[in-house]
Design a protein around this ligand. Structure first.
Ligand SMILES: O=c1[nH]c(=O)c2[nH]c(=O)[nH]c2[nH]1
Length: 302
């Protein structure tokens, strides 16, 4: 019996290019700090089948392009990825698409003597900003996001009414701590005019809405709070078609202080790090276009 083997889907590039850009037009410096991955798609059959590298834009060249483009400034992770995608697809005929991804780390000015310092910064540990661009021929998909945005509410959360079977030990509660690390990714409508979008403003606004959504209502479950958070974003942003979440339910267990003759009226908790509930869902417009190609390769979301 003979088998024939053919080349399936493929992409390649440079992963995790760490680039820090200091803008020093004046004594008051600005910092941009990114981790960028570039992957090209197109006709790379000869490289795989024949060892012919005529189409292989070296991963080293892709890395250098990222550094060279940073010389002009980054602006926003989304704008930076759009520039890279346009460059590679327009410069090389056989590059028909690709995937470009960035994480961006934010820095605050160090407050010294009552003012933000001109050139000394402290990493803002709140969350990591993310962006993914997928180009497929004439179609462009762009997904903004964030991860590790840790939030907690100390009341206005409960969990009751769930089915009880012989394995159920969890007591119902109408007053518990709700805590999670928000990971969210929001996809812009296909065909959005990205040149008209202020991505940094968009990011700040969506993050603000997510945080507001977390606070606003009594939470009957993290699932409900997730949906509320997503709804707020879609209501306010017509350019966004869907938002996906992955959120651990970071359990806080009341400590039994009775051995020490003390009561514990919901004040002292054991913050468990594992196991944790893991709540994942998409909130989308009813008429959103399916965009599986945009999401494939993004781990940790359903
Ligand atoms: O918000 C919650 N959702 C659940 O699905 C769940 N399951 C559980 O044990 N506690 C919780 N809390």
């Amino acid at each position: 019996m003979s088998s024939k083997f053919i080349l399936g889907e493929n992409q390649y590039g440079k992963a995790e290019v760490r680039v820090v850009k200091i803008t020093r037009d004046s004594d008051r410096h600005e910092i941009e700090d990114l981790n960028v991955t570039s992957q090209l798609r197109g006709d790379f059959a000869a490289a795989h089948l024949e060892g012919d590298n005529a189409h292989v834009v070296a991963t080293d060249t892709q890395k250098n392009t990222i550094y060279a483009f940073a010389r002009d400034g980054v602006g926003s992770p989304e704008a930076f990825l759009l520039r890279l995608g346009e460059h590679f697809t327009s410069s090389f005929d056989w590059v028909t698409g690709g995937r470009w991804e960035a994480e961006s780390y934010s820095w605050d000015r160090i407050q010294a003597h009552g003012a933000g310092h001109d050139h000394s910064f402290v990493r803002n540990g709140q969350e990591v900003r993310t962006a993914v661009l997928v180009r497929d021929g004439a179609t462009t998909h762009l997904i903004s996001g964030l991860k590790d945005l840790t939030v907690l509410k100390s009341t206005q959360s409960g969990f009751v009414g769930y089915p009880k079977d012989k394995y159920t030990t969890l007591p119902e509660t109408t007053d518990r701590i709700l805590a999670t690390d928000v990971s969210a990714r929001w996809r812009f409508k296909t065909g959005t005019d990205f040149s008209a979008l202020d991505f940094n403003k968009n990011y700040d606004d969506v993050k603000g809405l997510l945080l507001e959504g977390f606070t606003e209502k009594y939470s009957h479950a993290l699932q409900q709070t997730l949906f509320d958070m997503g709804t707020k974003v879609l209501e306010a942003h017509s350019e966004i078609d869907e938002i996906k979440f992955s959120m651990p339910n970071k359990h806080h267990f009341l400590v039994d202080l009775s051995p020490f003759g003390l009561d514990n009226p919901n004040e002292v908790f054991f913050a468990a790090d594992r196991p944790y509930g893991l709540i994942e869902a998409t909130v989308q417009r009813e008429d959103a276009n399916p965009a599986d190609i945009a999401w494939s390769g993004i781990a940790g979301f359903c």
